[in-house]
Design a protein around this ligand. Structure first.
Ligand SMILES: [Zn+2]
Length: 73
């Protein structure tokens, strides 16, 4: 597909996505996305986002737990 920001041609890649749900941050690996090689913008299909939300909400295996530093500018 064409990037909406810069008209670059996106490529299908597997990425690591951050997702907030109910005040908690999750990181999901191996998420299919269209990535613009020009500007780095990522596009996700609605079905992919729905799958992620139901994975988080349902029973899931946790691969790793990370501590996250929060800073303010
Ligand atoms: Zn772009």
């Amino acid at each position: 597909m064409k990037c909406t920001y810069c008209d670059g041609e996106t490529i299908t890649k597997r990425v690591r996505k951050q997702q907030w749900l109910n005040g908690k941050l999750y990181i999901i690996e191996n998420v299919k996305a269209e990535v613009c090689p020009e500007c780095g913008e990522r596009y996700y299909h609605a079905a992919v986002l729905d799958t992620i939300d139901s994975m988080i909400a349902g029973d899931h295996t946790v691969k790793e737990v990370l501590a996250v530093e929060v800073l303010t500018a």
